[in-house]
Design a protein around this ligand. Structure first.
Ligand SMILES: *[C@@H]1O[C@H](CO)[C@@H](O)[C@H](O)[C@H]1NC(C)=O
Length: 804
């Protein structure tokens, strides 16, 4: 029994561990799976195999027509469900009853006509807009969604109390799609909107604006109308609609998207809004149709601060441009943005203007803009980005009377400065000047506002910054990235400079003293230059290490060697070169010292240890070995009986018998010596010749005695003769005692010649050197020779050995 229990317990433990591990694995793999994107996947229903940990599920733009409880009830952690652009016709909110975390539900652009109610308490964002509802789809359960921030609805009919169930909610955004809304004859509808920060109404994109509904709002801050199509006759419909809605003092922000109108109606709308308590008016995607003629505009007192019109299309071929410009130029507001339009000009205000901020990005303005304009005295910021400006000189002139102008952006134009235009005139108040993406060259530094602090000149054609830019004492930030600078500008003339951006130029070796000369540098960016990683760069790399790391931006990643090829791609941080190879003086000293040491060592070796003798011996030894290996053996072996014939003077016989012969014979070298091996009965000459011919080598023991011996000369003569006939080096000369050249009689020119030409082996007096000497001799015989042993000769050999 106890054993069984133990077993069960063990199994239980095992199962637990397995489950634990599986749990960990699932957790890890789900971490990446919790967001599922399956939009545009041609799905006809919600996939069944979704992970229960799914938090974000995007199923937009499919063909899903139904949602069932079983489809999503397992997705207990689902937070975001996107189902827009599908084919859902009926929605029962109770399918979400298990999705307690669901915060974001987007069902816009479906075909929902009916919903069944159930409170999904966690919802913050519910979008039911652009569906086929007849009346507003509001359940009384929605009143419980206290967290709801965004509510998107659509309807074709409106009733005053439709939104009553949610009237008490504090919503942030109500989107009301009225695309399907149509006006019934003589029937005025009304709708009470709960308080919300933003109310966004979307009308039918192609129908003329026609709404007969009294929309009353409690409190709204922002009103957005999309698809407002007006002409001269229905203009008053909008005015009436707006006057209902803009009653309270709360509406601050009014936006019109996709507005199509006549110029006359637009001016009417603006005129209507002018005295209303709106502060920000935005019109995005404005199309002006029919004609543009002069309209009177009364610039009454206004709370409007900013008018923004972005993207104007003018569907009028011939029109009065001045009628258009005047309405805007005389506006008594602070901020005006007219961008992305085909406007080529803007008038100078006729009276002192209230404009502080003007943004004319992406129009087609030319240099004539605001020339001689003295009324923009309050203007602080002027943006003329992406226009057709060409002359920097004229831009300078433009600012002449803008006495408050601080920030000027003329980036993305075709600006050039020609020195011949003369000295530039700038208003002194400019502190930020953006001239990036133009065609400016080095000359631009002769045409700058005197007090400029921030200067953006990136993406121009600057090759160098002139040394004498002494009138830029105030300059703090300079951006000259994406130019063609080859030198890093110093801070000599720019003593306030604290930010310098010079990446993407052609700077190859920044100077080592850069940070020293630029004491105020706070931020420095110079990456992506073609750095030349040579000795000169070491100083700079070192200096980078000395400044606080946050100063050098992009270090080390974007600072990479470009040259030499061996270092290409190496980060500057990792570029090291030995101090020795960079310092010429140090290099010279080192070379001289090395040479000296070698010379001294050689001298010591020569003088005290007889180095040259060793050297010579080793040389000969290697040569001999080499030669011995290259003699064709077969030819030799046919006639040879001896390894060596030894010729010497009788006076040296003591050495020969005491040293040479024992040493040779010890190595099994068979030697022919006249004392033992000469055949009696033959003449001496015959014997000599015989002996030499039958020997592989001839050894001559040279000494003054040798020189004096007549016989020796014969022997040498024959041996030498043999040497030339055989074409092999078979002479070994041993110099037993030095022979002064002059002691050799002139008739022995052969010996003389040999002594001078051929290398000989010197018999060392020093006993310790004898080993090497014998090794050298033996090397000459380092051949496997099969000697012929003719009977008689062997006999003779033995005979001659007998007497001893
Ligand atoms: C200058 O304008 C360019 C774009 O035109 C912008 O990216 C850049 O940040 C501006 N520079 C400054 C200093 O504002």
């Amino acid at each position: 029994m106890t054993k069984d229990k133990e077993l069960i317990l063990r199994r239980f433990h095992l199962v637990c561990i397995v489950i634990l591990i599986a749990g960990i694995i699932i957790q890890f793999s789900d971490e990446s799976e919790f967001s599922v994107g399956m939009s545009k996947s041609e799905l006809t229903h919600i996939p069944r195999d979704l992970s229960p940990k799914t938090k974000v599920l995007d199923l937009s733009q499919n063909y899903i027509s139904e949602i069932h409880l079983s489809d999503i009830s397992l997705l207990l952690e689902l937070k975001v469900l996107r189902l827009s652009h599908n084919k859902i016709q009926y929605l029962d909110f109770s399918v979400f009853k298990f999705n307690r975390e669901l915060e974001y539900l987007d069902l816009s652009y479906n075909q929902v006509q009916k919903i069944s109610c159930h409170p999904v308490m966690s919802l913050k964002h519910l979008d039911l807009s652009f569906n086929d509802f007849d009346a507003l789809p509001i359940c009384k359960e929605f009143g419980k969604l206290t967290q709801l921030h965004f509510l998107g609805l659509s309807a074709t009919k409106l009733k005053q109390l439709d939104l009553l169930p949610i009237a008490h909610l504090k919503l942030g955004y109500i989107l009301l799609d009225l695309e399907g809304y149509y006006v019934k004859e003589n029937e005025i509808e009304s709708l009470q909107i709960p308080s919300t920060k933003t109310l966004h109404l979307v009308f039918h994109p192609n129908r003329s604006f026609s709404v007969q509904v009294n929309i009353s709002v409690n409190i709204i801050e922002c009103l957005q109308l999309t698809n407002v199509k007006l002409n001269d006759s229905n203009c008053k419909v909008l005015i009436k609609f707006l006057s209902e809605i803009i009653r309270g003092p709360n509406l601050l922000n009014f936006t019109l998207n996709h507005m199509e109108t006549t110029w006359k109606c637009l001016v009417t709308v603006l005129q209507f809004l002018w005295p209303r308590p709106i502060e920000y008016l935005n019109i995005y995607n404005l199309t002006i149709v029919e004609n543009i003629e002069k309209e009177d505009f009364t610039y009454s007192k206004t709370t409007l601060k900013a008018l923004t019109i972005e993207h104007i299309a003018i569907r009028v071929f011939i029109y009065s441009k001045s009628a258009l410009y005047t309405v805007f130029s005389e506006m008594n507001i602070m901020m005006l943005t007219i961008s992305d339009t085909p406007l080529v000009h803007m008038f100078c205000p006729q009276t002192l203007s209230t404009f502080k901020f003007l943004n004319f990005t992406n129009n087609v303005f030319t240099d004539s803009i605001f020339q001689h304009c003295s009324t923009l005295v309050k203007l602080e910021m002027l943006i003329l980005q992406k226009n057709d400006l060409e002359s920097l000189f004229k831009i300078g002139l433009m600012t002449k009377y803008m006495i408050s102008l601080k920030i000027l952006d003329v980036s993305w134009n075709s600006l050039e400065y020609n020195i011949h235009d003369g000295n530039c005139t700038w208003v002194e108040s400019i502190v930020v000047l953006n001239m990036s993406s133009n065609l400016l060259t080095d000359a631009v530094f002769r045409c700058l506002p005197p007090n400029v602090k921030v200067l953006d000149l990136h993406s121009n054609r600057i090759r160098s910054i002139p040394e004498d830019v002494n009138h830029l004492e105030a300059l703090q930030e300079l951006n000259v990235a994406f130019n063609s600078l080859t030198q890093l500008p110093g801070c000599g003339a720019l003593d306030s400079l604290s930010v310098l951006i010079v990446d993407y130029n052609s700077i190859s070796s920044p100077p080592a003293d850069f940070f020293q000369s630029c004491q105020k540098m706070r931020s420095f960016r110079a990456g992506n230059n073609p750095f030349q990683c040579t000795c000169e760069l070491r100083g700079f790399i070192h200096s980078v290490g000395q400044v606080p790391s946050e100063v050098v931006e992009g270090w080390p990643g974007s600072y990479v060697c470009n040259y030499p090829d061996s270092a290409k791609g190496t980060p500057l941080k990792d570029f090291h070169v030995s101090p020795l190879s960079c310092n010429t003086a140090l290099l010279t000293v080192t070379i001289v010292a090395t040479v000296l040491v070698v010379a001294i060592s050689v001298t010591v070796l020569c003088v005290y240890l007889d180095g040259p003798w060793y050297l010579r011996m080793v040389c000969q030894w290697t040569q001999t070995r080499h030669r011995a290996r290259h003699v064709p053996l077969e030819d030799l072996q046919r006639t040879l009986q001896f390894h060596a014939f030894v010729s010497y003077s009788d006076h040296d016989s003591a050495w020969v018998k005491g040293e040479l012969l024992p040493n040779l014979e010890k190595e099994d070298i068979r030697v022919c010596v006249h004392e033992r091996n000469f055949v009696p009965g033959k003449s001496i000459v015959e014997n000599i010749i015989n002996c030499i011919e039958k020997s592989y080598k001839s050894i001559f023991v040279l000494s003054p005695n040798f020189v004096r011996s007549e016989w020796c000369h014969y022997e040498l003569y024959f041996a030498h003769h043999n040497l030339f006939h055989e074409g092999s080096n078979n002479l070994i000369l041993i110099l037993l005692e030095p022979i002064p050249q002059c002691n050799i009689p002139s008739k022995y020119h052969k010996l003389r010649a040999l002594m001078t030409q051929r290398t000989y082996l010197e018999w060392p007096k020093d006993k310790s050197k004898h080993g090497l000497f014998w090794a050298n001799i033996r090397a000459a015989f380092n051949v496997k020779l099969k000697l012929v042993t003719e009977n008689c000769d062997v006999h003779m050999l033995k005979m001659s050995e007998d007497p001893t």
